[in-house]
Design a protein around this ligand. Structure first.
Ligand SMILES: Cc1cc2nc3c(=O)[nH]c(=O)nc-3n(C[C@H](O)[C@H](O)[C@H](O)COP(=O)(O)OP(=O)(O)OC[C@H]3O[C@@H](n4cnc5c(N)ncnc54)[C@H](O)[C@@H]3O)c2cc1C
Length: 603
């Protein structure tokens, strides 16, 4: 029988053991020590691999264990909460998604067997030193020659540039006469199968965070590879790259959730033990409220992530918008928390050693990467801004449907088919489209013990505001475009001309999206989740925020702050993830599993 994603996460937790226990391969103390030496925890990586982590990136139809997108989210979250170095290094498995999107049947069978056999460490080589986010300007060449391609050029900065076994890369196959969009092709290169020429690693770069990761580069010097290394057709590279990024951006939410959990857990734990003014520091009302707000942000980030995972199964074609919304907003929720939690932790936020809660500092540095790589925040917002006219046009035209499958965390999902992802989703977004139906469902609710008529009335008012805000934001798209068109042409040497005001609309829509996701999750799960969740007090507080990721001192009603704080503390004490559901972490003091291969024992 298939395991639920939460049961899988719990099994993985047990497999890795308690990270607070330093003799485990993936411990907080060990991660800190190695980070100071710019090293990866090799034993921790072995432990992750022995679980069969790679199997969750190969679709079930090809013999792997990739059944639910949520499995990847949860597994990544489990690793990231321990050590982002390992999460970022090992989740390069996700780049094999390009084979499932662009490969033919023969390539897919071959790559699936190779990955499942183990030992495949892919890297993604899109960036070039001189071109950054402007992938269309890339200069790396892939020249066809007698049934082979000759690869030349440098890719940088690349995670696992030196230590990968396989490289997913973009190379120029077209010439100056080829339209820029069709100039590059996609390749999946097995470094051991390069026929002639050289492939070398470019030295590692010392980094602000992820200090153990192999952030380096890779250089190809007339390296010949068989033509079967090409994925998709010649000239299809950029399109495949963008489609792949839409899936991987969505999975980045797992990294944010993992680091966000540990940052809050570390600060909350420290302040509950610290005695000031005759009592625990976490009882200072300002501290209590800060922690409560940070907890609330994690719940919203989780709702946005879980709905996006379900969306990947149900509305894969819509991810040209959705992936950007989810990546931007979940990272923003966690990044805003990290600022507040730094202040709340106090002087120790500036300290790196284990005895001074250095894990927080490390998570702060490492977690910051999410809004930088895999499509930085400006790039994601720009992509959203460009699709706003389509979103505005499609608004109100989506036929209503049964939204249960999207929001009910128990509902069965169809298979996840990554190849259905599309560069342009024609302005559709199921979360926004569901809003009128969510408002209707809310209108039909009857008061219950924890959720009285006043709460329902407040929630109905907030939900109506969401509808108005969505209408206003989408109306603003047209206004901004007309306003911009009426301005005298501004001198600019850049071909990129997205008006900042449209980017602002994209930002506000990202925040709104997470609110709608939280409302949907609440409406469809309150019958089976715990009282705290069903009461909806957390939701009312979330919807009351203007921008969902931002909060200020004094925003929360003191009793709501206390309610959130109590719930956070109970999940802390019960060793559960900060979550709308109960998801158990490894028991305190638990040793990692030893001496077996989880993949074979679970089979
Ligand atoms: C730790 C780490 C790991 C990485 N791993 C990989 C990897 O494995 N593979 C890989 O290919 N790359 C990787 N990168 C590169 C990463 O994806 C880069 O962010 C990307 O190449 C963009 O380049 P850049 O950040 O230098 O910014 P540039 O593209 O040089 O942009 C400079 C600034 O211009 C602005 N800007 C750029 N584009 C837009 C836009 N469309 N709209 C609005 N503003 C814009 C932004 O403010 C941006 O910060 C990694 C980077 C880091 C830090």
């Amino acid at each position: 029988m298939n395991q639920s994603s939460t049961a899988l996460a719990e099994a993985f937790e047990d497999w890795l053991g308690d990270p607070a226990t330093e003799w485990n391969s993936l411990s907080f103390a060990g991660a800190l020590e190695l980070d100071e030496r710019d090293e990866l925890p090799a034993a921790g990586i072995d432990q992750v691999r022995a679980f069969g982590f790679n199997r969750y990136f190969v679709p079930e139809r090809l013999g792997g264990d990739l059944r639910a997108a949520e499995d990847i989210l949860m597994l990544t979250r489990v690793i990231a909460r321990r050590d982002m170095n390992v999460a970022v290094s090992e989740s390069t498995q996700v780049w094999m998604m390009l084979a499932w999107i662009g490969g033919d049947a023969e390539q897919q069978a071959k790559w699936a067997a190779t990955v499942l056999h183990g030992g495949v460490v892919p890297c993604l080589a899109y960036s070039e030193p001189g071109h950054g986010a402007d992938l269309a300007a890339n200069r790396f060449t892939a020249t066809p020659d007698a049934g082979q391609y000759v690869l030349s050029g440098e890719k940088w900065p690349i995670n696992r540039g030196r230590t990968s076994t396989h490289v997913v890369l973009l190379g120029t196959t077209g010439d100056e006469g080829t339209p820029a969009k069709r100039r590059q092709s996609m390749f999946l290169v097995d470094r051991s199968q390069v026929v002639s020429g050289e492939v070398t690693g470019v030295p590692r770069v010392p980094t602000y965070g992820l200090r153990g990761c192999d952030i380096s580069g890779i250089a190809f010097d007339d390296a010949r590879v068989d033509a079967s290394a090409r994925l998709g057709t010649e000239g299809e590279g950029l399109e495949l790259a963008l489609r792949g990024l839409l899936i991987t951006r969505t999975f980045c939410t797992g990294l944010s959730l993992g680091t966000g959990d540990t940052m809050l857990r570390t600060v909350a734990g420290f302040l509950s033990d610290r005695v000031l003014y005759d009592g625990p520091a976490n009882e200072i009302p300002y501290v209590t409220e800060s922690l409560a707000n940070a907890y609330l942000s994690l719940l919203v980030a989780e709702c946005e992530s879980l709905v996006a995972m379900r969306g990947l199964h149900l509305y894969t074609e819509q991810f040209s918008i959705w992936a950007n919304l989810a990546k931007v907003q979940v990272a923003r929720l966690v990044d805003f928390n990290s600022k507040v939690l730094s202040r709340t932790l106090g002087a120790r936020y500036f300290m790196r050693s284990a005895e001074h809660v250095g894990t927080f500092q490390k998570m702060l540095r490492d977690g910051a990467v999410v809004s930088v790589f895999d499509g930085s925040e400006p790039v994601c917002l720009d992509s959203l801004a460009l699709q706003l006219p389509a979103l505005a046009k499609a608004h109100g035209h989506t036929p209503d449907e049964d939204w249960r499958r999207l929001y009910d965390l128990r509902a069965e999902l169809p298979a996840f088919e990554p190849d259905r992802v599309s560069v342009f989703g024609r302005g559709r977004d199921a979360t926004f489209a569901s809003l009128p139906a969510l408002i209707g469902r809310l209108a039909g609710l009857s008061p219950s013990a924890g959720c009285d008529e006043d709460r329902l009335a407040a929630l109905r008012g907030r939900a109506e505001e969401l509808r108005q805000e969505l209408d206003e934001l989408l109306a603003r798209v047209q206004e901004v475009r007309q306003w911009t068109a009426g301005l005298p042409a501004q001198p600019s040497a850049s071909a990129k001309s997205t008006p900042p005001r449209l980017i602002r609309v994209a930002e506000e829509l990202s925040a709104l999206h997470a609110k709608v996701a939280a409302l949907g999750v609440w409406l469809f799960n309150r019958d089976h989740l715990e009282e705290f969740f069903a009461d909806g007090e957390w939701l009312e507080a979330a919807l009351a925020r203007r921008q969902i990721h931002q909060y200020e001192a004094g925003d929360l009603d003191p009793s709501t702050a206390r309610h959130l704080f109590t719930r956070m503390n109970s999940q802390l004490a019960d060793n559960e993830f900060f979550s709308v559901r109960r998801v158990r972490m490894a028991e305190p003091g638990a040793r990692e599993a030893a001496g077996r291969d989880h993949a074979s024992t679970a089979a």
